[in-house]
Design a protein around this ligand. Structure first.
Ligand code: FAD
Length: 452
């Protein structure tokens, strides 16, 4: 990478060792920066379920040593998504891309992918402090820092990648900003495929040497099964309406959400080991265009800036795009103009992520408030979106190619025209309240902005 040594005098503090924090650490360390990560968890969490890493994410990972090769080995690339109604009647067999522009689309073990990123970051010299909760952020004209465990740490700038519960977001935005309930939670489970092999209703799943991706949809609820033959594992999710959540999931309550549904889904759920199930609340935040603090030395990355619902399938990939954008822009400005790099990052990313956030809600809405007459005429309307503007995007190249234009926009206040969104799309701000107003009823097709 040509810019690798250009950041060798730059020091960075990263809050959070999730996908966003690790990706930012890697992008900056690759360019020579000194990176310290502060993470609340005592050690690397081994969350076991599945995460989809689309081609726009793997394209960026390809530049990270052997990270992508390792991830591909432990992942599946299903070529079909079978969408059914709650009785198990197939509505659509959607062909899925298994790659885009030569970059794989993989469904891998979340914890192991994160571990791979972690190991690579450490190999680049990134220092990770576990059990270190950041309580305070500060900055002045020349530096920025944090307080963790009563000790002050200082750097040239701070990347706040502290997830959907981000405390940093209020500091950056300048007003108290808390996550909002989405009204939904998701039962998430992961277990050996072998558990499905002795039951005649589920044994075809265990026997399949092809990765499977099945979805059952009905009002306000959907179930998902994925399998990973390479790891001989399966995941089963049920997204459901919920007022309260238990972190530990209860299979009986999960079953109650799909009472009377396809017996295959119910038989799968009956086999989930109790210690492999959680009930995870889905939180949201309104898209906010301000991701950089007033003094310009603290920026939000990943879910702290733009939390994605599970049905977007791109939250982690967007966090990686954020990281690649920051790395590329700092490669241009160097340490001398961190503020310009971070303000440019915000402008390059906001409209795209506002749309990908919305995409998660729209897909869920199409599956939960299904217009059955329209589906009978056109089953394709249930498709999981795989648009070229999303999968074919190269965040590093985009930052490089648009640097002069975005710099002019930051310096002059003139608008910047995003081209990492669908061709012809005109950005519209939206809020969670707007979306919640459409829960429980059909939406006019013009309301959807991200459906093909
Ligand atoms: C059920 C589900 C399925 C999903 N599926 C997909 C998918 O298939 N594909 C996809 O791309 N995305 C998916 N997503 C979204 C994706 O998981 C997130 O967008 C992504 O993980 C966000 O990464 P992050 O680093 O921003 O946040 P996180 O992963 O939440 O990491 C934030 C980290 O910051 C730490 N932290 C927080 N506060 C502090 C503090 N004060 N001090 C120190 N550390 C702190 C936390 O402990 C945490 O480790 C899914 C999400 C859900 C809920």
């Amino acid at each position: 990478m040509a810019e690798q040594t250009s950041l060798q005098y730059l020091s960075v503090i990263v809050i959070g060792a999730g996908f966003g924090g690790l990706a930012a650490s890697i992008e900056l360390a690759l360019r020579g920066a000194k990176v310290r990560v502060f993470e609340s968890y005592a050690d690397m969490t081994k969350q076991g379920d599945v995460i989809q890493m689309p081609a726009n994410g793997t394209r960026l990972m390809k530049r990270w040593g052997d990270v992508l090769d390792k991830i591909v080995k432990i992942s599946a690339s299903p070529d079909t998504m079978t969408i059914m109604n709650k009785d198990g009647k197939v509505l659509l067999n959607q062909q899925l891309h298994t790659e885009f522009d030569g970059f794989p689309i993989v469904y891998g073990h979340r914890g192991r992918i994160q571990q791979t990123l972690h190991d690579y970051a450490v190999s680049l010299g990134v220092e990770i402090k576990w059990g270190a909760t950041v309580g305070e952020i500060y900055e002045d004209e020349a530096s920025a820092g944090i307080v963790a465990g009563g000790i002050k740490y200082e750097a040239d700038f701070v990347v706040a990648a502290d997830g959907v519960h981000s405390k940093s977001r209020s500091y950056v935005v300048g007003t108290v900003d808390r996550p909002k309930k989405s009204g939904f939670a998701v039962y998430r489970s992961w277990f050996p495929l072998q558990l499905l092999q002795d039951d005649p209703v589920t044994q075809e799943i265990a026997a399949s040497d092809k990765p499977l991706f099945k979805i059952w949809i009905s009002e306000d609820t959907h179930g998902i099964l994925t399998t990973n033959p390479a790891l001989q594992s399966a995941t089963c999710f049920v997204t459901h309406k919920a007022k309260d959540w238990n972190l530990r999931g209860d299979a009986q309550e999960m079953l109650a959400c799909v009472k009377g549904w396809d017996s295959q889904l119910r038989h799968i759920i009956e086999k989930i080991p109790p210690d492999c199930l959680i009930d995870y609340k889905l939180l949201w935040r309104d898209p906010v265009p301000k991701w950089v603090s007033d003094k310009g030395r603290v920026c939000l990355v990943g879910d702290a800036a733009h939390p994605h619902l599970a049905t977007s399938g791109t939250g982690a990939a967007q966090a990686i795009e954020d990281a690649a954008t920051i790395g590329a822009l700092l490669g241009k400005t160097g340490k001398a103009n961190i503020q310009l790099a971070l303000k440019s990052y915000e402008k390059l990313r906001y409209e795209r992520t506002s749309l990908t956030q919305r995409m998660g809600w729209e897909t869920r809405h199409v599956w939960h408030q299904t217009n059955w007459d329209a589906v009978a005429a056109n089953p394709d309307m249930l498709k999981f979106p795989q648009p070229a503007w999303l999968l074919g995007s190269d965040a590093t190249k985009y930052a490089d190619e648009n640097f002069e234009a975005v710099k002019t926009s930051v310096e002059s206040g003139k608008p910047f025209v995003s081209t990492n969104i669908p061709p012809g799309h005109v950005h519209e701000d939206w809020t969670i309240d707007t979306m919640l107003g459409h829960e429980g009823k059909l939406a006019d097709k013009d309301f959807y902005k991200t459906r093909d």
